[in-house]
Write a protein that binds this ligand. Structure first.
Ligand code: ZN
Length: 64
């Protein structure tokens, strides 16, 4: 299976970022099937925020 660079849009800030072939391969080796939803800088920001908060993602609360 071969990978190609892919252009994705960050769900947080709307910035277009590249999901590179190398990253896709890395994701696959980790068993991740989902594409990243956020650009690298938002991911970094979230990671830093998570360190000061023990709450999970708000998305885990689903009404209904
Ligand atoms: Zn972003």
């Amino acid at each position: 299976m071969s990978y190609e660079d892919k252009s994705l849009k960050c769900t947080d800030c709307g910035t277009a970022f590249t999901f590179t072939a190398g990253e896709q391969e890395f994701f696959a080796t980790k068993g991740y099937t989902n594409e990243p939803k956020r650009c690298p800088s938002c991911r970094k920001n979230r990671h830093q925020q998570n360190r000061s908060s023990s709450y999970g993602s708000p998305r885990s609360y689903t009404t209904r």
